[in-house]
Design a protein around this ligand. Sequence first.
Ligand code: AMP
Ligand code: MG
Length: 414
Amino acid sequence: MLTVEQALELIAQHSKPLAPVRVPLGEAFGLVLAEDVRSDIDSPPYDKAMMDGYAVVSSDRNPVRQVLEEVAAGAVPHHAVVPGTATSIMTGAPLPEGADAVVPIERTELIDVGSVRLHQVDPNPGQHVLPLGASLRAGETVLREGALLRPLDIAILAEFGHAVVAVRPQPRVAVLPTGNELVPVGEKPAAGQIRNSNGPLLLAALRQVGAEAIDLGIARDDRDDLRRRIGQGLAANMVLLSGGVSAGKFDLVPEVLAELGVEQVLHKVALRPGKPFWFGVRRQPDHNVLVFGLPGNPVSSFVCFELFVRPAMAALAGRGFVHPRSVTARLSHAYDHPGGRAACLPARVADSGLADAAEHCLPSSRAGYGLTVEILPWKGSADLAALARANSLARLPTEAQHFEPGMLVEVLLV
Ligand code: AMP
Ligand code: MG
């Protein structure tokens, strides 16, 4: 059986960034830039006043100046400043010709409408002026391909005139829970039935990362129904199936996928919970569709989503095949890991020193504390209720290991 690392390696090989699309700037937040972006202007585009005050010639020592005009932000000056004169100027406005410094309004006194007395007659050249192009020159690169666009980056793109940008789109992901025992959330399960919780779980998890989620309903353990619904899903970039991938008589998913031209890449991983996990691709000329067969048991389904699907979605969106929220934490208790399979267990992470650190105004890492993790008791992979307290999954290696309290464990925050 494949190890988790081998499975991740195989999935990573098939998880290529989606082709770039051009979107309006207002839709680019959270996406990865697919082009280098240059400035079309100098920033600032003119010598810019950085204070409200008077634009002056810095070498002029006259205490009283004739006021030539008033220039607000958005306006342009009409008169050149020469010794003996000054122009009333607002923050953000372009400096008039001849002027090379701004004396702040607080250091001046208006004598009458046409003249002002300066309490500072010896400003340094360039005082309170941001020279043309000081921040960036036209043609310079402002952001590089691969940048994950934060609000700050959106502001930069706006300043430099990029109303439309090339980005990697988020994947479109279809979700299909399978099983004759499943009823929709709104129904009371009859004998032998259970409510479909994996569907809502996966749809919500997709929404959380900003992927486009497509709800394919619930499939019966029936070849025709599976074929029809999975067929619809193959129009997306990814298909997430739950159930039907174990070794039971009605676990028809791998067969139906083969009929639909989806090549199996791997089936079964040495992982607890999550052993029946299935992954395959349908090769298409324009883009390959990634198909994930998650085990039906809710905890297994969730673990496989976090461990295998989440990094693949990050890769398609151009962020690389990474677990976005992987940290290390110290175990708060001893733990005997039986080994044989790697484990990915419901856990609760806490910031041990948060209160003390806050008292000393220090981030907890600097205060010498850090994250601690407790592996939660749970009753097998159908025990979704035990997951309610979990905020993370603790990853344990394939090999057996006795963990002492305080030992470091890798944890996925969920
Ligand atoms: P399977 O992998 O199809 O053998 O399913 C294993 C078990 O997972 C089933 O017996 C159900 O109890 C449970 N299960 C399957 N699908 C779902 C689902 N969509 N929501 C909740 N539980 C499920
Ligand atoms: Mg089933």
